[in-house]
Design a protein around this ligand. Structure first.
Ligand code: SF4
Ligand code: SF4
Length: 191
């Protein structure tokens, strides 16, 4: 499984320790969720049981080229997809990428996620809890296909992560007005 992303810079030591506490709490939450999900790995199954654990704790992330096909699949515009279902996030404040929001994050979609909200709990906005499945399954990113809880050899390879495919300019292809102030060394350390 992938590690939670880190995305803070220029913070005071107390802010850093607050974020460490949030990270520890999130990791604890994910450990607790293992007991509540029918994960293939717990039963030595080699086939996904669609339990939703990874869609909760480690949602897949799309490459830039994987976003338009999802809009097409949902028969909505790219702007509508981003405004309703995506947030801009970063691992280093140098490159930003778009990822699926989580359930409950509908109030912050279409923009940079406030860093503290990256610790929000809940399933990916596209996970159907009743049917136990992905609402965009045919158009889901490759990262979703490589995540296998019973075999994490591929998912540990950062080259295969959707976020690794993003360059610094890509965010402007999707959010032309994205603020340059968000980038490292801009002087902005808002949290
Ligand atoms: S791959 Fe993910 S959704 Fe499938 S069984 Fe494992 S944890 Fe559950
Ligand atoms: S897009 Fe689908 S596969 Fe990916 S995290 Fe969301 S629900 Fe899971």
């Amino acid at each position: 499984m992938q590690e939670p992303r880190s995305f803070i810079h220029g913070l005071s030591s107390s802010d850093v320790s607050n974020y460490r506490a949030l990270t520890a709490e999130y990791e604890k939450y994910c450990r607790e969720q293992i007991a509540k999900h029918f994960m293939a790995s717990k039963f030595n199954f080699k086939k996904c049981q669609c339990c939703g654990y990874c869609c909760m704790c480690y949602p897949c992330m799309p490459r830039p080229d994987e976003i338009p096909p999802v809009a097409k699949y949902l028969a909505i515009s790219l702007k509508e997809l981003i405004d309703r279902y995506m947030v801009a996030d970063t691992a280093d404040c140098q490159t930003f990428f778009l990822r699926w929001a989580k359930e409950g994050q509908e109030d912050i979609t279409g923009a940079r996620i406030p860093p503290r909200r990256t610790y929000d709990k809940g399933y990916c906005i596209f996970f159907d809890k009743e049917k136990k499945g992905c609402r965009i399954h045919p158009a889901r990113p490759d990262e979703a296909k490589i995540i296998k809880c019973w075999d994490d050899r591929q998912s540990r390879d950062k080259k295969l992560w959707g976020m690794s495919a993003w360059t610094q300019d890509d965010i402007y292809r999707f959010l032309p007005d994205f603020s340059k102030e968000y980038f490292r060394n801009s002087g902005d350390t808002r949290i």
